[in-house]
Design a protein around this ligand. Sequence first.
Ligand code: ZN
Ligand code: ZN
Length: 363
Amino acid sequence: MEERRPLRLAALRAALREREADALLVTSLHSIRYLTGFSGSAALLVVFAAAPPVLVTDFRYAVQVQDEVGAHATVRIEPSSLWNGVREVLATAADGTRLLFESTHLLYADYERLPDVAGRWQWRGSVGIVEALRERKDAGELSRIREAVRIAERALELTLPGVRVGMTERQVAGLLEHHLRDLGSDAPPFETIVASGERAALPHARASHRALQPEEFLLIDFGASFEGYCSDITRTFAVQSANPEMRHVHDIVREATLSASAGVRAGMRGRDADALARDYIESRGFGALFGHSLGHGIGLEVHEGPRLARTAEAPLPPGAVVTIEPGIYKPGWGGVRIEDDVFLSEDGPVVLTSFPRELLVVG
Ligand code: ZN
Ligand code: ZN
């Protein structure tokens, strides 16, 4: 596979020059992984506009960092604190060096530890520099997301025959997570949502001890993670049987998902993508019950850019992988969400998920 790290570094350096900065302190571990390949849980990275990047980590990762990063950064193994390492890396920088930090990732306590924060160097906060680069996936990233989708769909397929009335939501989540692991997923990228009955009306319900009952919804929102990249899928099932109201609501959400997945395009504003599903759900009289946005980018993180939301003015970049996840949530009754993952190619949308969207009956 083509080595992308030098290209990512070059793109980041161009972004630094645009912002008239000499360096960026990267504290987001996802962005550190993106730029250097390092997947450990403790690291700081300084990317200079005109010198090799320096990755600071600790002795626990001495072997791993050499394997993963190779020559893509200068590595410092720091015996005490990573911040000491950063301080030493910057000690040789000239007075007035213009340094950026990631405002959305740096803790205030760590901000106060930035080397010489009010002195020789000019520190400035910045938002989303690396994240903006990460929105466009390359071929290697896309193939990892495809694998994460494949694992997730297979795990769901293996889980459903084991679902029974009387099982708790947690037991369903446990079964699903067992299959995900068994099929090669890393740890789940987010806490598996299993919501049944009236709890399906809570868009971000945690799996609880509630037992499944006949003729109610079972909403499962979950993902797999493969070599750092996530999938994010939702399907809503009927337990044992479905009444006409359940079928009616499910049909509307399915139609909204299908038409938005078919209609979404790179270059479209996030708000126009959101409208693809929202206008339809509104036209069917359920607009007030679709209270969240249509979707989000996925990649190294399960929620990343771009946003597909009523307030999203930015155009969707070609190469992004986004979720399309409309839902209808009726408090006290239940809810339906159907979520697919879609690659925005230059030639149009490619739906990566293929698990059936019809209302399947389980249990
Ligand atoms: Zn989801
Ligand atoms: Zn999602």
